[in-house]
Design a protein around this ligand. Structure first.
Ligand code: NAP
Length: 262
């Protein structure tokens, strides 16, 4: 197992991405501390992991609340002795989509940029403070191909993703000399997740396509002509978090399977 004896904290663990990453980390032997701003979905993931023989704790933590994140990290240290991995999988639902930039209000534009970057900054900074004394740790997050491609009608989401990737590079430049790696993952949309279906099903309908036809269109842009599964993304996350990836920092892995060139 790749993550035996590792201690991981996952933010947004009740969501599609965070839940899959939590399951993969636990399957690879990590003790996982799962958090979300709403407790019930986090409990579901923790119970599934425990039923499969893994070690998981659930907690309600708003990843935009500095005190809540810091207090929770202290609980993790008190319980498990240290934090080895911090994974921010927070995703917000109320990003304004479908409005041309020429029509978009300033607040609607700025909200996703502020929320995504603040949450990643807070969770990374507070984890780094716990990792620096150990001269060891991995800080991770997830972005989308909007960071590198012009895509219409997505409001502030693209700049938010680009800002997170810049923050990954900057965090690494400061923390890697202290033994801490910082790495992002940039998957293509994974249709199993509620967010992708919610975002794309109306666009499919507006284009006169079924949801299945829309998925085929997205898949046709990848080299293997299919979309990545959540499990594939999560398995990659487990490898990146492991010591086997010790040479990897300051970058965001392109997991778009060829639909976007580097
Ligand atoms: N899904 C994909 O295929 C895909 C592809 C590329 C990139 N991504 C990126 O991956 C991230 C997660 O996406 P997802 O599809 O997994 O979304 P998701 O299923 O909605 O999961 C996001 C989770 O974050 C939680 N959350 C929201 N605000 C929070 C806060 N302040 N503190 C703690 N938890 C909070 C949400 O809780 P509530 O639902 O209760 O609000 C939800 O459980 C996003 O950044 C997205 O851009 C996703």
């Amino acid at each position: 197992m790749m993550l035996t004896d590792k201690v991981a904290v996952i933010y947004g663990a009740g969501g599609g991405t965070g839940g899959a990453v939590a399951r993969a980390f636990a399957r690879e032997g990590a003790t996982v501390f799962l958090t979300g701003h709403v407790r019930a979905p986090v409990d579901v993931v923790a119970k599934e992991i425990a039923a499969d023989g893994g070690s998981a704790e659930a907690a309600e933590v708003d990843a935009l609340d500095e005190r809540a994140v810091d207090d929770h990290l202290q609980t993790v240290i008190d319980t498990a002795g240290r934090v080895d991995i911090s994974f921010n999988a927070v995703g917000i639902r109320d990003v304004v989509l479908g409005v041309p930039l020429a029509e978009l209000g300033v607040e609607d534009f700025g909200m996703p940029i502020a929320v995504y970057t603040t949450s990643y900054f807070l969770t990374a900074r507070l984890a780094a403070r716990r990792m620096i004394p150990n001269r060891s740790g991995v800080i991770m997050t997830v972005t989308a191909l909007h960071s590198r491609m012009g895509i219409p009608l997505v409001g502030g989401y693209g700049p938010a993703m680009a800002a997170k990737e810049a923050l990954t590079r900057d965090l690494s430049s400061e923390l890697a000399p202290q033994g801490i790696r910082v790495v992002g993952l940039r998957p293509q949309g994974m249709p199993e997740t509620r967010t992708i279906r919610d975002a794309y099903e109306p666009r499919a309908a507006a284009s006169g396509m079924t949801w299945e036809e829309w998925q085929q269109l997205l898949a046709s842009r990848t080299h293997p002509r299919r979309l990545m599964t959540l499990e594939e993304m999560a398995n990659t996350a487990a490898f990146v978090a492991s010591d086997a990836a010790s040479g990897l920092t300051g970058t965001t892995l392109n997991l778009t399977m060829g639909s976007m060139d580097d």
